[in-house]
Write a protein that binds this ligand. Structure first.
Ligand code: HEC
Ligand code: HEC
Length: 212
């Protein structure tokens, strides 16, 4: 209860004064730093969305959710080598399918670094009809896109939650194969933040805040 008043106050003035914006920004860093086990989850759903955003825009996710039609690689998200393309279904161009190199599981650690990772349900990009770009978007744009069923492949919140919590493509981000860093936010914390945001009606950050 004691926490609510200051947080509500900060958010109320967040919209109107830049002095308060600084206060609000220091709030939004809470959940990103919440990887520390002692930190409690924020109760503000817009703040919870920042935890979701930190995951979606981490390299393991962005590399399959790029701007344009080429997957990216590595922590710096450079364009995928061999000029690999999304292709008509997200599975690569004719003659250079993802499956040529990416298998049904990560290769064993003994193979070393820079091996093509794999998942049981086929390694691929989202199809051209709903590309689900995560790279480079503001919080607000990312938020609006995720809940737009025209852009997210027709998923309602339950479908999205399933994808986020259980889909092998998403789970891969937490066991990405030898030499790659996993997503920096723990999986359970990500799911908790997503639920908190969804249960509160999936509110998006206001436009002005998204631009800073
Ligand atoms: C190997 C590529 C790949 C990786 C890595 C990947 N995704 Fe995806 N993602 C996809 C594909 C393909 C789809 C479209 C799924 C479909 O159409 O069934 C998708 C769709 C989504 C969607 C939209 C919901 C849906 O079911 O279409 C969300 C949200 C999402 N991914 C989140 C993530 C997150 C979070 C991560 C990182 C932890 C991640 N993705 C990593 C390929 C990937
Ligand atoms: C010619 C072989 C080849 C093809 C075809 C190929 N890849 Fe890759 N891919 C690789 C290799 C090798 C790596 C590992 C690079 C590294 O770790 O330095 C990789 C890594 C990746 C990564 C980076 C993972 C990360 O987070 O660093 C993504 C994403 C990816 N590929 C997506 C795709 C998609 C999607 C397709 C099909 C549209 C595809 N690749 C087709 C060989 C290939």
């Amino acid at each position: 209860m004691t926490m609510r008043a200051p947080r509500g106050a900060a958010r109320g003035c967040w919209l109107f004064t830049s002095a308060c914006l600084i206060v609000a920004c220091s709030h939004t860093q809470g959940p990103a730093a919440a990887a520390a086990p002692t930190t409690t989850a924020a109760s503000d759903p817009v703040v919870a969305f920042e935890t979701v955003r930190a995951v979606l825009q981490s390299p393991r996710c962005v590399n399959c959710h790029p701007t344009g039609d080429q997957p990216t690689q590595g922590d710096d998200s450079h364009l995928h080598q061999q000029f690999v393309q999304r292709g008509p279904e997200g599975r690569g161009a004719t003659g250079l399918a993802c499956a040529t190199c990416h298998g049904k599981a990560n290769p064993p650690d003994s193979y070393g670094e820079h091996m093509p990772p794999g998942v049981s349900t086929d390694w691929r990009l989202p199809p051209p009809e709903h590309k689900m770009v995560f790279a480079g978007l503001s919080s607000r744009a990312l938020c609006l896109q995720i809940k737009d069923r025209k852009q997210n492949g027709g998923k309602d919140m339950a479908g999205l939650l399933h994808h986020i919590a259980d889909d092998p493509l998403t789970r891969w981000g937490w066991s990405p194969g030898y030499g790659r860093k996993p997503v920096p936010v723990p999986h359970d914390e990500f799911v908790r933040a997503f639920k908190q945001w969804a249960d509160a009606g999936a509110p998006c950050p206001p436009a002005r805040v998204a631009q800073h």
